[in-house]
Design a protein around this ligand. Sequence first.
Ligand SMILES: [Zn+2]
Ligand SMILES: [Zn+2]
Length: 283
Amino acid sequence: MPRVPSLHTHSRYCDGAGDIQDYVAAAMAAGLPALGASSHAPVPWATDYAMPLDRLPAYAAEVQRLRGVYAGRIDVYLGLELDYRPGVMAFYRDVLAPYPFDYLIGSVHYVGELDDRPWAFEASPGVFADGLARLYGGFTRRLVADYYALVREAAQVPEVNILGHIDRIKMYNVGDRYFSEDAAWYRDAVEETLVAIAASGKIVELNTSGWRKANPSPFPSPWIARRCAELGIPMCLSGDSHTPQQVAYRFREGAALLRDAGHREVVGLVGGQWTPLELKVDG
Ligand SMILES: [Zn+2]
Ligand SMILES: [Zn+2]
């Protein structure tokens, strides 16, 4: 098992199962040097997965308590996964200011609005198909362009450290139902985005949860991870864990993928610093 931090974890505070302490214990059992809690941040619209705003004080306090309990054994970090949408950062800056977050993951789970609500394109295959038809007239290329423009915007947010599952838009592209990743227009959209990310200095995660989805492929696809290596974009390993058992979900395969893609190391928070860690697949 690669001994790298697990920084993308969802607990009972949002849509995950188990207490944060269960994740810390699972990370220790897996030999990881650090565990970061990254619940879905409270958002100013209705969802069934995000942490309610009034839970934020208890969440921050619980992570800090566990940091003390586990001091000297495993690092425990306070993070969040932000839903990036245009204009939302003012809300986050306001509600997150009182807390000492160690890191933030910036993820795009919405594109535009449908029926006067943010359109959660990844909510289900049906929601995806419905929005694609009604917002884009079925023109996938325009949706993809809008999606990657949002990823580039998220990369410009100073507070964001890690960009989450950057090619999430492929989530329901089972059997290339909607597009081919080999299409020049798709590759161009990704390339423009990676160039912007490289300039931003952000970390891109290799999110292994993609292997649990209908279209079983990590986020991002291996060819994108390879371009990240070529462009000098640092990457980390994420399980996007929703149960303690997923704390290092397919980290071994993820590490092998990154190594095959040309990465010599991954980055992780260790001792409070973003640190390059040698990529050992079997170590
Ligand atoms: Zn996410
Ligand atoms: Zn997540």
